[in-house]
Design a protein around this ligand. Sequence first.
Ligand code: FES
Length: 158
Amino acid sequence: MADTEPSGTGGENIRYSSSSIIALLQEIQNIYGYLPRDIIKKTAIEHSIPLSRLFAIATFYNAFSLEEQGRHIISVCHGTACHVKKAKNLSEAIARHLNLSGSEGTTPDRLFSLKKVRCLGCCSMAPVIKIDDTIHGTMTQTTVIQVLRKLQKGMLHE
Ligand code: FES
């Protein structure tokens, strides 16, 4: 069982479970909004955790990001049910609307980040997107842009 691993940074014998590493990474992400690479490196040294182990966990979970995120996170589900219902078209429509070159990324003004995620757990509403903590189901290319426009309009009045 690979729940704990010995340190590989200096021979210390401190062991960290996956859950305690996740807690550490969550703490960093709560502070910075993402996981800056230099902070991860410092954390690896300070806690005698192999850097590879930190990065393996940081990249395994969708909840973590190694890149600076926008103020609003738009997650497009590309799980099986959503894939079948053409989630790809939603990603493309959102990317076009936000002038992003790929189907993932962050706008230069750092207002929006677009990402693909696996099943959001509400497959009966496929295709599904999540904006921050709000789920929007049975989306089409038209309704997804309507939702975005409404959000952008609301931001103008903040
Ligand atoms: S596959 Fe998209 S919510 Fe499950």
